[in-house]
Design a protein around this ligand. Structure first.
Ligand SMILES: Nc1ncnc2c1ncn2[C@@H]1O[C@H](COP(=O)(O)OP(=O)(O)O)[C@@H](O)[C@H]1O
Ligand SMILES: [Mg+2]
Length: 398
């Protein structure tokens, strides 16, 4: 299935809620990855989803881990070592006695190596889908940015795993901004050819929220009865045309401007209806976000621009290295951006709260300047990577 809709309409949120519901009652094994416009490693979204599966299996009970390990070794043998390079956690399933050096067939051309990797991935999916009673669900977000290598791999997984799909052992669903994809987008061509070969796909089109749905959202956010929030929700619906991202951004702005605030005496959120009605708001969320950025300090915006060159998120340790190398304050201003809800901070990473925010930061650079920025940060990190023999950092630098 494909969940389609414009940016900010709620595709990722719907997928997260779905993942939560199937994970909570243990009805399936949910694997997810997302494409990033600036991701430099091909196949990263798909391999990271399966790598998370490998990490999960090793955390499960011993018998599950052993079952998966035995099935993989019996069906795939030494060839699997090749998959370890793209899924490092697979090594933990295979154990220390596995021969990890067998894989490199140096006479492979690049094309053969890619074909072999695709074939191994398909076998891997088939084998693991037989190891569990629960079906495997693979979710890939932001498929509008899928790369050609990933389309080829996904296509092969979905075609070859036909029997797993028919037996309800394996499901795939993706999310994409269909309004930003042309007819000839590689994903559209893939879906069309899959339909021709008889693999059924379902399209779920998300549209703007109705007044009622938006009121439910506002009522939940403010912990107030829907009849109390209806007046505010109606104004927000008029101003945002029902885009959830736009509603959230406007509500945050209302809070910052003290037009929406917690009242201690009334012990609830209150708002200034007339002032909100008079507020001038651009007719799209992108312009709204850009205008919000203009109210942040120069230092914060400059740091956001640097972060945006690394995609939707970056390791804090990487930003610390970069800060030292380019001698520009980054960590403190980015913390400020966290306080302004532009960024979030989790698991040692700084991430943009939404890809529209990353795009807004990235678009602060003129198109002709972007190369210079990438070059500067890449070189700075490259020097450190070579000096400290850090392969991962080198890959990011490249
Ligand atoms: N049904 C909903 N109820 C509450 N918040 C929502 C809902 N749908 C989306 N949001 C919020 O709106 C913002 C944009 O949603 P998101 O799923 O990231 O959009 P998309 O993936 O389509 O770009 C997020 O902050 C999300 O939490
Ligand atoms: Mg999304």
């Amino acid at each position: 299935a494909m969940i389609c809709g414009t940016s900010g309409i709620g595709k990722s949120k719907l997928s997260q809620e779905f993942a939560r519901s199937v994970n909570d009652d243990g009805r399936s094994i949910f694997l997810s990855g997302r494409f990033d416009r600036l991701e430099s490693q091909p196949l990263h979204a798909i391999s990271s989803a399966f790598d998370k599966y490998c990490a999960w299996v090793t955390m499960e009970d011993q018998s599950t881990a052993e079952k998966v390990s035995t099935a993989l070794k019996e069906n795939m043998g030494d060839e699997m070592a090749c998959l370890v390079t793209v899924m490092p956690n697979l090594a933990n399933i295979l154990g220390d006695d596995f021969n990890f050096n067998q894989s490199s067939k140096n006479d492979d051309t690049a094309v053969d190596a890619q074909k072999r990797l695709r074939y191994l991935f398909c076998q891997f999916v088939d084998v693991i889908s037989r190891c569990h009673e629960e079906p495997l669900i693979l979710f890939l977000d932001d498929c509008q940015w899928i790369d050609n290598a990933s389309v080829a791999l996904l296509n092969q997984i979905l075609m070859i795993s036909g029997s797993a799909i028919k037996d309800h052992r394996f499901f795939f669903f993706g999310a994409c901004r269909d309004d930003e994809m042309s007819e000839s987008h590689p994903l559209n061509s893939m879906l069309t050819s899959m339909n021709c070969f008889g693999t059924k796909t379902t399209k779920i089109q998300l549209t703007s929220m109705s007044k009622g749905a938006l009121n439910e959202m506002v009522s939940t956010e403010l912990s107030l009865l829907p009849r109390i929030t209806r007046s505010l929700a109606n104004i927000l619906h008029h101003k945002t045309k029902g885009s959830p991202l736009f509603v959230k951004q406007v509500m945050m702005e209302l809070y910052k401007q003290r037009l929406l605030y917690p009242s201690l005496s009334r012990r609830r959120w209150v708002w200034e209806t007339n002032k909100i009605l008079d507020m001038k708001i651009p007719d799209n969320v992108a312009t709204f976000i850009t205008n919000t950025f203009d109210r942040l300090s120069f230092e914060v915006v400059s740091a956001l621009v640097v972060l945006s060159c690394f995609g939707a998120s970056a390791d804090i340790s990487l930003i610390e290295v970069l800060e030292r190398e380019i001698q520009q304050p980054l960590i403190a201003p980015l913390d400020d951006a966290v306080a302004h809800s532009v960024l979030g901070k989790r698991n040692g990473k700084l991430y943009f709260m939404h890809d529209k925010l990353q795009e807004a930061a990235y678009s602060k650079m003129k198109p002709e300047e972007r190369c210079l920025h990438h070059n500067r940060y890449g070189l700075a990190l490259g020097f450190v990577a070579v000096r400290e023999r850090d392969d991962r950092l080198l890959l990011t630098a490249v």
